[in-house]
Design a protein around this ligand. Structure first.
Ligand SMILES: [Ca+2]
Ligand SMILES: [Ca+2]
Ligand SMILES: [Ca+2]
Ligand SMILES: [Ca+2]
Length: 231
């Protein structure tokens, strides 16, 4: 009995300190097929969910600039690169594997929409991802946003974009406001309108600390056993 109690205590200590990955996406085993090189193909990308492993994702687009041309969806323009890509001409390399996700000249708000995550029982939620902003001029209507459950929690505007361009940066965002929720939906949104205005995202992960529910039950069992011994 004494040996069992010691084992439980050691296990509880290790579990409490642990941070777990709830969901992640590296874009490395997705087909690059949903990447479009002609905007007429975005129709096949919209609503497309990942064919690879990890956190599912799709893509949506909104005419935030009032172009009225239907954006990539109707093929009124062409030649953009949107979606999972292995193109390294700007980034040199991806931060995981050989692929990432590219936003190129999207002429509206292009949204990389991740599937909802069940964060029940988790605290200390964080979102981590790598971002590469291509070096070029950005204008006041260009931006990069992270949206969680419909609320924008992070934004980069013109000067932020220009000031952090040219190398991979790791973005870590506190999602503590969403701790324990059964549905946490993250979207990464880019809005640009020039062929050199490129954003790349890679190595996305949501982490948190699991509540030690099972450990607590084991501990309770130990407590009951101790009381029995005392009685
Ligand atoms: Ca990758
Ligand atoms: Ca375009
Ligand atoms: Ca520009
Ligand atoms: Ca622009």
């Amino acid at each position: 009995m004494k040996i069992a109690i010691v084992t439980v205590a050691a296990f509880a200590g290790a579990a409490t300190a642990g941070v777990s990955t709830l969901a992640s996406q590296n874009f490395d085993d997705n087909s690059t097929a949903p990447q479009i090189t002609n905007n007429a193909d975005l129709g096949t990308l919209v609503g497309h969910f990942s064919d690879g492993s990890g956190l599912g994702f799709g893509t949506s687009w909104v005419d935030s600039r009032g172009t009225g041309m239907g954006g990539p969806v109707d093929g009124a323009e062409s030649g953009d690169f949107i979606g999972v890509t292995s193109f390294t001409g700007d980034v040199g390399n991806f931060t995981s594997g050989a692929q990432g996700y590219q936003f190129n000249d999207v002429d509206g708000a292009l949204s990389l929409d991740f599937a909802s995550i069940d964060a029940s029982g988790f605290s200390g939620l964080e979102l981590t991802f790598d971002l590469f902003i291509n070096s070029t001029t950005y204008e006041p209507d260009d931006f990069f946003n992270v949206v969680v459950n419909g609320t924008t929690i992070y934004t980069l505007g013109e000067l932020d974009l220009e000031g952090t361009a040219g190398s991979w940066q790791t973005i870590v965002l506190d999602l503590g406001a969403y701790d324990g929720l059964s549905s946490v939906q993250i979207s990464i949104v880019g809005d640009t309108n020039a062929s050199t205005e490129n954003f790349y995202v890679d190595t996305v992960a949501v982490t948190g600390v699991p509540a030690p529910a099972s450990i607590a039950l084991v501990g309770l069992g130990g407590l009951v056993a101790a009381r029995r011994r005392r009685a």
